[in-house]
Design a protein. Structure first.
Length: 251
């Protein structure tokens, strides 16, 4: 069986690559669990000084696996909690994290990219808060991270319109920190991860926790997000959009 996440450790940088290219690296249940396991292990691994996250097959992550979504609140909360654990470790964990984005970073993929400390993207990268297209709220702390990067007005525009933001526009807005050519994407991302991994290690986690606390209560935000998600999973708009998506996929 092909690994859902390819891992490579070099020079203190652990490179995690989402590896479901046929689904554009959508967050299936198995991928969610594999990601949480990998990020959890990295938090206490002294050999790992920084994380680099990317996607295989020309896509970063197309978002949640719509075919696995359910209106059952118990199941839905359990599925979302796995990713909330990942969010907390990426935003306020012990290691610097760099995202290397090419192709779509849609929905939860957009959210995951912005949980990272530095976003590197090539000119093929595209970002979209596509949740509104399927009748769901932004998840994985996107309503927490996006305003802190680009301001409230810009975040409202992107979150409420579900529009696609191309790479160069994303760089101008501040969604992307470093814009690279496609050939240089991973090399630049690795170098930035190595730079962040330098010098002493103990302060890194303290810096991330202090910055997160200064931005507000992440745990409270995730609880509010969870409540919105559970409520909208059973809304007529989401049900209709989900059925339309699955019907289109089955053709």
């Amino acid at each position: 069986m092909t690994s859902l996440i390819k891992t490579q450790e070099e020079g203190g940088v652990l490179h995690l690559t989402f590896n479901i290219p046929e689904k554009k690296n959508a967050l299936t249940d198995d991928l969610r669990s594999a990601l949480r396991d990998a990020v959890t292990e990295a938090q206490t691994d002294a050999e790992v000084r920084a994380l680099l996250i990317s996607g295989a097959g020309g896509a970063f992550c197309s978002g949640g696996d719509i075919s696995a979504m359910t209106g059952d609140p118990v199941v839905a909360r359990r599925r979302m909690q796995i990713l909330h654990d990942v969010v907390k470790m990426l935003i306020a964990g012990t290691k610097p994290v760099v995202a290397a984005v090419t192709g779509p970073a849609f929905g939860a993929g957009f959210s995951l990219a912005l949980c990272c400390d530095h976003v590197v993207a090539d000119t093929k990268a595209r970002f979209s808060a596509s949740f509104g297209r399927v009748g769901l709220p932004p998840d994985l702390a996107l309503a927490f991270t996006l305003p802190r990067r680009i301001g409230d007005a810009g975040a409202r525009r992107i979150l409420l319109s579900s529009s696609i933001v191309e790479a160069e526009a994303a760089a101008r807005l501040g969604i992307v920190d470093t814009l690279a050519s496609r050939d240089d994407l991973l090399d630049q991302a690795r170098q930035i991860a190595r730079d962040m991994a330098g010098f002493t290690q103990a302060p890194k986690g303290h810096v991330k926790r202090l910055l997160t606390a200064a931005s507000g209560d992440l745990d409270a935000h995730l609880e509010r997000e969870m409540a919105s998600y559970i409520e909208l999973l059973n809304s007529p708009e989401h049900t209709e959009a989900r059925e339309a998506f699955l019907a289109k996929s089955a053709r």
